[in-house]
Design a protein around this ligand. Sequence first.
Ligand code: 9D3
Length: 235
Amino acid sequence: MKIDVLTIFPEFFGQVFDFGIIRRAKLAGIVEINVHDIREFAADKHRMTDDRPFGGGDGMVMKPEPIFAAVEHLTGAAERAEYPAATRVVMLSPQGRPLSQQIVRELAEDAVQIVIICGRYEGVDERVNDALVTDEISIGDYVLSGGEPAAVVLTDAIVRLLPEALGSETSAENDSFSNGLLDCPHYTRPAEFRGMKVPEVLLSGDHAEIEKWRREMAMQKTKKVRPDLLEGENG
Ligand code: 9D3
């Protein structure tokens, strides 16, 4: 898979994709991640990426031309209708569909190339959404200063699902949300720490009882903090 991030703050990403599973996936050739400065695609002499909103109002709007030029350069197609098969262009914005593990799974399974556009200012010229974007996504109901942190979240969630990215040490099938429940608590040595004891059942060696306990704890935790997960199809 190829992931291309479009941003006016390329330095923001620094070494953020150079650790853990993402680093390993890159080294194994499972994913290629490139960050591009939208300014590099601005044709005017001041390399302007934003301008004042038609109709008035506060703040600035990201101009369409540099984003169209960047997406065309990266996908080889001028508009959504002409993208190569399995190309997705994601707009990260507060107006998007809330990100879920289902959306992450779909992108990880279907996409060969994902272009991620990080918005800034008050917004992006709507013609970008109309002609280029295949998926407009929000990462939740809180206000960020731009799409960059969301691009890190989305990239991380996708890459770890790519076949062979996780390796043998762990499995995406055991994740919270893939079974619709939050995870159970975990313990390691020492068996007693500052008077706090590890639950007896985990020391018992009775694997059937341990499984039962873990399922019960996961259910209790989910009921308490995420009852919405038990109320239907959410992941
Ligand atoms: C004035 C109205 N605001 C829209 C709700 C303006 C505005 C706030 C924040 C415009 C852009 C932003 C920057 N946020 C993102 O680009 C963003 C975001 C977010 O703020 N929350 C959750 N997910 C995302 S994905 C991109």
